[in-house]
Design a protein around this ligand. Structure first.
Ligand SMILES: [Zn+2]
Length: 615
């Protein structure tokens, strides 16, 4: 059985982008919107010039200076928000078209032109933050209502301004970034969207599939299919490793160069600042993660035993166990809908709206990017891309991405600057929704076999978010260390990845069957720095909040929605404190991980009661 031949829904729903800016990115509506955006950016630049929005060498940050500037400040921030709103909607439209079909040239061209607009806006943002820092963020917040509504963003921007290069240098970096890291990222996307891997089936049949469809076969119940897909994948990555490694080296090299010029020595520091997480919180979380690795190894050994092995290989990690049957799209959507309805009608309502208004592009296709994402498109609405393959994991993805859509809806009355959410909090609603789904499925499980399959899906996900992300964090830390002195070749990238997986998975993963090309397979390395750990944070924070919900559902719901609506207004440490959670307390993280430890115990018990049929 392969994912592509599974009757999971034919045809799979495709999203409707027409309502945003017309049917095609080179149509009148989109071109008019682009022209209107360009004009708005031009006027915004004039406004910045007229009010002399720059860092001031004589800036004193006194109340008197700020008082003179309040009217100008209000106009500048309000107009900036309006232009950002225009940009974000059109950019989402172009991005959605490109990711759904890499061969859509008009969309590629529109996205490319918008990247130039983005660079101009980024330059203005830099000027704005330097200006706020010079005038005095604290004084502005005291004197202006508009500033008060954006207080946290202003203070954050002012802190960022301390690490800015000179204005012309920042402008040059933003402009060169289009032909630098941004171009490398697009190369990565375009190359990987076009990669085909040839799977050699046990019966001698050869099947050429897009690489991300082959990666989807990792969840096949058939051992031979998984192994064939794994081997085909490694060959395909190896064949395309040179341009991908060039992209990785260029992107990480540019990060180091620009960071250094901005006065950041450790590339993790600006990431922590941007994510609004202090190092003590990250260290406390990572220490708790290191403590739970042995429990995950226990889970993987039980899993290996059920698969008839002494040790898991890479292509066993995502193998389903227990009672497995491909879920039809409509069935998966109904189960997610029931789970959401068990939390609140509002949450279920978002799923209903997503289906009624065609927000979701569900199935895998050649030319479509892998993975899944949720894109806000304005007015609290979203568009969701996924590669649904009928597995329980894929059903989790529906819950996850719709969690983002719910979050987008709670943010609908915020300005773009207020909506800007650090990633650790951006993953709260998504992981919370997945936890709701798991609980609902466990409650409905009618046999050990089903129970086992549900626990497996949940633990596999947790293993990814905790153990695998630990390996990615170790890999990226060392990649940056190595990249400081020279470029890093394909063989060394593979060796670094192999070592990181050895440390995170330990003896539970067969050393001869790890995945040394995960640096090529994961798109995040190509668009972001230390992208993944906020997902670990999101999972553990979401589990902590989930425990609070179970204690007192009625009181929890409005406070939780208020938290989601405030994710751009305060740091996680403060928002957590509102729920009586101290992120510096190892006990909080341990309690969240204990939820997973209990699931591992349940898994071992269910496994003992269940005899696995031979593969
Ligand atoms: Zn997410």
């Amino acid at each position: 059985m392969t994912a592509t031949s599974t009757p999971i829904g034919d045809p799979m729903p495709r999203w409707d982008l027409t309502g945003l800016f017309g049917p095609t990115p080179d149509g009148h509506e989109a071109l008019d919107a682009e022209q209107s955006l360009r004009l708005a950016v031009f006027h915004l630049q004039e406004l910045y010039d007229r009010h002399d929005v720059h860092a001031r060498t004589n800036g004193t940050g006194t109340g008197a200076a700020a008082a003179d500037q309040v009217a100008a400040f209000d106009e500048v921030l309000t107009t900036t928000n309006q232009v950002l709103e225009q940009f974000l909607r059109l950019n989402a439209y172009a991005y959605a078209h490109v990711t759904a079909n890499a061969g859509n040239d008009p969309a590629q061209q529109l996205l490319s032109r918008l990247q130039a607009v983005d660079a101009e806006l980024s330059t203005l943002r830099t000027r704005f933050e330097a200006w706020v820092d010079a005038v005095g963020a604290g004084d502005l917040v005291r004197l202006s209502d508009v500033a008060r509504d954006h207080a946290w963003a202003l203070h954050k921007g002012a802190r960022r301004a301390v690490h800015l290069m000179s204005e012309p240098e920042e402008g040059l970096a933003a402009a060169l970034g289009i032909t630098g890291a941004t171009a490398w990222t697009r190369l990565y996307d375009d190359v990987t969207a076009g990669i085909t891997a040839t799977v050699e089936h046990a019966d001698g049949r050869e099947e050429a599939l897009p690489i991300f469809a082959v990666r989807g076969l990792a969840t096949s119940p058939d051992h031979d299919v998984r192994e064939a897909a794994y081997r085909a994948e490694l060959v395909a990555w190896d064949d395309h490793a040179t341009p991908i490694a060039a992209a990785l080296n260029a992107i990480k090299g540019e990060t180091l160069t620009v960071d250094r010029r901005r006065g950041w020595d450790d590339p993790l520091d600006p990431v922590l600042e941007a994510n609004a997480i202090d190092r003590r919180t990250l260290d406390t979380m990572n220490a708790a993660v290191d403590d739970v690795l042995d429990d995950f190894r226990r889970y993987l050994f039980v899993k290996a035993e059920m698969l008839g092995k002494g040790q898991c290989t890479w292509f066993d990690l995502a193998a389903p166990v227990g009672e497995v049957r491909a879920l039809h799209w409509a069935e998966a959507v109904e189960l997610v809908g029931d789970a959401f309805a068990g939390y609140s009608p509002d949450l279920a309502g978002v799923l209903g709206r997503a289906l009624d208004e065609w927000w979701i592009d569900a199935g895998p296709r050649r030319g479509k990017v892998g993975g899944a994402f949720c894109l806000p498109v304005g007015g609290g609405a979203s568009r969701v891309l996924m590669n649904y393959d009928g597995s329980i994991d894929a059903m989790h993805t529906i819950a996850h991405e719709l969690g983002h859509a719910f979050h987008n809806q709670t943010l609908r009355h915020r300005t773009p600057v207020q909506r800007s959410t650090p990633r650790p909090l951006a993953e709260t609603a998504s992981t919370f929704c997945e936890t709701i789904l798991t609980d609902q499925l466990l409650a409905r499980a009618t046999s050990d076999a089903v129970r086992l399959a549900v626990l497996e899906a949940s633990l596999h996900e947790a293993c990814q978010l905790i153990v695998d992300i630990r390996s990615r964090f170790l890999f990226e830390t060392r990649l940056f260390e190595r990249r400081r002195t020279s470029t890093v070749g394909v063989a060394e990238l593979c060796a670094l990845m192999d070592m990181a997986q050895a440390e995170a998975y330990g003896e539970a993963l067969d050393p001869s069957a790890r995945h040394p090309y995960m640096w090529a397979a994961k798109p995040h390395y190509y668009s972001s720095t230390f992208y993944n750990w906020p997902y670990t944070f999101g999972l553990l924070f979401g589990l902590g909040l989930y425990a609070r919900w179970r204690e007192d559902p009625e009181r929890f719901r409005p406070r939780y929605e208020a938290l989601l609506a405030s994710t751009g207004l305060a740091p996680a440490l403060d928002l957590a404190a509102g729920f009586g959670i101290d992120l510096h307390d190892p006990g909080f993280w341990r309690a969240s991980l204990d939820v997973i430890r209990v699931r591992i115990d349940d898994y071992a018990t269910a496994a003992a009661a269940f005899t696995t049929p031979s593969p």
